[in-house]
Design a protein around this ligand. Sequence first.
Ligand code: FES
Length: 72
Amino acid sequence: MDGNKVGAYKDESGRYHLVHPTCTHMGCDVEWNDAERTWDCPCHASRFSYKGDVLEGPAVKPLKPAKDSDRK
Ligand code: FES
């Protein structure tokens, strides 16, 4: 989105959930896990919900939300 990477998940009702796809542990790019509908970090295995909430550490902070209104 405007030169920034954004992770997007569209739920059953058609609503988009946008996150900044940078792991809050040490900054790796998270990857979408289609089977689990989670954002998984390949570096140290943190997992986040599609909304960005931490499901498994070592990360303790959620992914930052990205909003369409973040566009400048
Ligand atoms: S950088 Fe993502 S778990 Fe460590």
